[in-house]
Design a binder for this molecule. Structure first.
Ligand SMILES: Cc1cc2nc3c(=O)[nH]c(=O)nc-3n(C[C@H](O)[C@H](O)[C@H](O)COP(=O)(O)OP(=O)(O)OC[C@H]3O[C@@H](n4cnc5c(N)ncnc54)[C@H](O)[C@@H]3O)c2cc1C
Length: 449
């Protein structure tokens, strides 16, 4: 009897389990929480209104077999299929409700002119950057870096940009700016150099064929319910409320895993989607590498129900303004367009912090920020509010963090030939579709081997 054990039931664990069942007779998925789904959960308030906890929208990966598996037609009847998402941003005291990119014209005329002159005169793009500051200087010049990207990113990272590794900004802010007018931008974007620096002025421009999906009337957790059906149909065994205490092996192979309730599962293939330092610990390894979890930001989620419609039709927006604590605001009724709103309009505001957040204080601050950003009216009343914290979320990718995480992953990988490390906790992928594609390729390669 061949058995695969998958640890962690986020999307990496769920997809791995479905694929592994093609080869292994028994597939177990071990999840420490009582509910599966990781960051794709939805929170349901006392009145049954749903709010999302991590990723909100699904999007085709562009990989035919994978998309067919994930977005099965029979399961998608309850989903909206969206050609584009209405995404905006708030920066420099202004709500831009037609583009996710920061508008450089929000700077003073003098700074904007100087910044644009600098941007237009920059030389060719480097391929190798020392750190994030170096990357932004090369892409946008000193002025736009200092007046736009630095304040926006230090708000999240709480670190100087030269401490942060290149490309880490993509967790929070797109690496393009708005400048000029829409027509000039379209012309300039025909050049690859300007295409990499300038964003389209509207979220309707530059669309691909990939569709986006969101439930017609529930939260993103519906997807996990859909995928749980697929897990059951395939005979995957889910063990929730449990974690792996010990990994036993011989001859460079994992033989079995021991769960925290003392039970033992034989194991011919282990797929680990939770932090590698937990693997090292479960192997009982003494190592010079720190075992502690890597530094991550806390995500405070503030769910509100208001009595009046919102002042914008955006689906979501990111707030880069350093004077505001809000990060991302998701406005569910704008997406779902309910026929009857019954006077209830719900949204979620994400707030990132380096320390444990004070949820009560932040919820009040966020309420005032929603008024200042002109998302709710000054007379909108709160009908319901809930707050929660997602820990272990966004990493703070300093050079030290990345080196430490890579060293932990390398040490873990060296132990056994039949263990595979996948998901966001490897540090190799972060966004949902990156995790999906990476997981799909890794498992199909394993199965083909
Ligand atoms: C607040 C937030 C917002 C995000 N928004 C977006 C977005 O808009 N778009 C996007 O593309 N990506 C977004 N992401 C990233 C994306 O959602 C995740 O990277 C992706 O879902 C990761 O999937 P995963 O399976 O690797 O990890 P996770 O979803 O974290 O799953 C890991 C699972 O393992 C479980 N676990 C942990 N320790 C143990 C243990 N010891 N034993 C057993 N189980 C354990 C956890 O409970 C969890 O269920 C967001 C992330 C966060 C934190």
């Amino acid at each position: 009897m061949s058995t695969a054990v998958v640890v962690g039931s986020g999307i990496a664990g769920i997809l791995s389990s479905i694929l592994l069942k093609r080869k292994f007779e028994d597939v177990y998925i071990i999840e420490k929480n009582n509910q599966i789904g990781g960051l794709l959960k939805s929170f349901r308030n006392n009145e049954g209104i749903e709010f999302d906890c991590g990723t909100h929208f699904l999007r085709d990966t562009g990989h035919t077999e994978l998309d067919a598996l994930l977005f099965k037609e029979k399961l998608m009847d309850d989903w909206l299929v969206l050609d584009y998402l209405k995404v905006g941003n708030f920066f420099g005291g202004k709500l831009n409700d037609h583009s996710p990119f920061v508008d450089s014209t929000c700077l003073s005329e003098e700074l904007y002119q100087k910044g644009m002159m600098e941007l237009l005169s920059l030389g060719s793009l480097k391929t190798d950057y020392k750190n994030l500051e170096d990357q932004f200087h090369n892409l946008f010049g000193v002025i736009f870096t200092n007046y736009i990207f630095k304040p926006a990113l230090q708000k999240f990272f709480g670190q100087e940009l030269h401490e942060i590794v290149p490309n880490a900004h993509s967790l929070f802010i797109p690496s393009r700016l708005l400048g000029f007018n829409p027509e000039t931008t379209r012309e300039l974007k025909k050049s690859p150099v300007f295409d990499s620096k300038l964003g389209f002025h509207s979220y309707k421009d530059g669309l691909s064929n990939c569709k986006n999906y969101y439930p017609k009337c529930r939260g993103i957790g519906l997807w996990i319910e859909n995928l749980t059906e697929t897990l059951h149909e395939n005979g995957v065994k889910i063990i929730a409320g449990s974690s792996v205490k010990q990994i036993k092996g011989s001859n460079q192979c994992v033989d079995s895993v021991v769960l925290d309730n003392g039970s033992q599962l034989n194991c011919n293939q282990l797929v680990w989607t939770v932090p590698p330092f937990l693997f090292i610990k479960a192997c009982g390894l003494m190592s010079p590498i720190q075992f502690s979890p890597p530094a991550r930001l806390f995500s405070g989620l503030h769910h509100f129900v208001f009595d009046k419609p919102f002042l914008t039709d955006l689906y979501y927006l990111s707030c880069y303004d350093p004077d505001f604590i809000s990060f991302r605001v998701t406005l569910y009724p704008n997406v779902q367009q309910p026929k009857k709103s019954q006077g209830k309009y719900h949204l979620t505001v994400e707030v990132l912090s380096q320390g444990v957040p004070d949820l009560k204080r932040d919820s009040q601050t966020v309420f005032y920020e929603l008024q200042k950003m002109k998302i709710i009216t000054n007379t909108s009343k709160v009908l319901a509010r809930d707050s929660e914290v997602v820990s272990g979320g966004f990493p703070i990718p300093t050079q030290k963090f990345v080196k430490g995480s890579q060293a932990q992953l390398e040490l873990a990988k060296k132990q056994f030939n039949n263990s595979l490390f996948l998901g966001k906790n490897t540090g190799n992928s972060w966004f949902l579709n990156e995790v999906l594609v990476d997981t799909y390729h890794s498992i199909t390669e394993l199965l083909g081997a």
